[in-house]
Design a protein around this ligand. Structure first.
Ligand SMILES: [Ca+2]
Length: 258
């Protein structure tokens, strides 16, 4: 019996450190379950932890577990200038997040700006009660600018912006709300910065809650987006669940094989 508990504790410790989402196209994934020092951990396995700037809290009222709580003065810095070139989506992209915003102003979910000053991506909750999904290519040419859907303030909504190299799609709560013809590659670098919850020039601060923020360098299908909505990125990326509960499940699964 003593040996059993020893093995159990060993596996629990092991499971905390073994979080492997083995998906080369998943660039970052934030479940917002834990603050570690000045950072919130990226669960994609690529190490793009978000550096906390301002008063960032985790709320217990998340969509799944806890959520990022931003007050309009704070954000996460993803060190865009040092983002590896092969992690930056160019041919295709998908950005998903659960968002619950307070009314007032425009809310940037994520923002990146290229070294040539191109504002290359705008996934936003807008003051005119809609959602925006925009991409630009090198030099600032707009690939598409979709504004669609209907915002209900202080209510959770699932944002999914997709580009497959030909067309852009905006899905809200798993429903296609807008699409537009695109073409061309997304700008090649994030040299002027990359942030969660605030634009690089301090505009459009996110005010509210955010959960399960993830970015891929491929276009997810609607079927995959629905899985991500319900179960997180691990539902389509394989690997192990990243919540403590998920790890426990894995641990018990391992125990059974002893
Ligand atoms: Ca969460």
């Amino acid at each position: 019996m003593r040996l059993f508990y020893f093995i159990l504790i060993f596996l629990l410790i092991l499971s905390e450190s073994v979080i492997a989402l083995d998906d080369p196209d998943l660039i970052f994934y934030f479940t917002f379950e834990e603050i570690s020092g000045d950072f919130i951990k990226d669960q994609s396995g690529k190490g793009h932890d978000g550096k906390i700037v301002g008063r960032v809290k985790l709320s217990d009222s998340g969509k799944r577990g806890k959520a990022l709580e931003l007050d309009g003065q704070s954000y996460l810095d993803l060190d865009g200038a040092n983002f590896p070139a092969d992690h930056i989506p160019r041919d295709a992209i998908t950005l998903c997040a659960w968002v619950k915003c307070k009314q007032g102003g425009d809310h940037a979910i994520f923002n990146a700006r290229a070294s040539d000053q191109t504002w290359l991506i705008h996934p936003e909750v807008r003051s005119e009660n809609n959602f925006r999904w925009l991409l630009r290519s090198d030099g600032g040419a707009t690939i598409f600018d979709i504004r669609a859907g209907s915002v209900k303030w202080n209510e959770w909504a699932h944002f999914a912006g997709v580009y497959d190299g030909k067309k852009g799609y905006l899905y809200i709560n798993g429903v296609l709300e807008g699409e537009n013809v695109g073409g061309g590659k997304i700008a090649k670098d994030w040299g002027s910065g990359a942030r969660v919850g605030r634009n690089i020039d301090e505009a459009r601060p996110f005010n509210g809650l955010m959960d399960d923020l993830c970015l891929w360098k491929k276009a997810l299908t609607l079927e995959e987006i629905k899985k991500v909505m319900e179960k997180g990125a691990e539902a389509v990326s394989g690997g192990e669940a990243v919540t403590p509960f998920g790890n426990m499940t894995t641990t018990w699964g391992n125990l059974k094989t002893f």
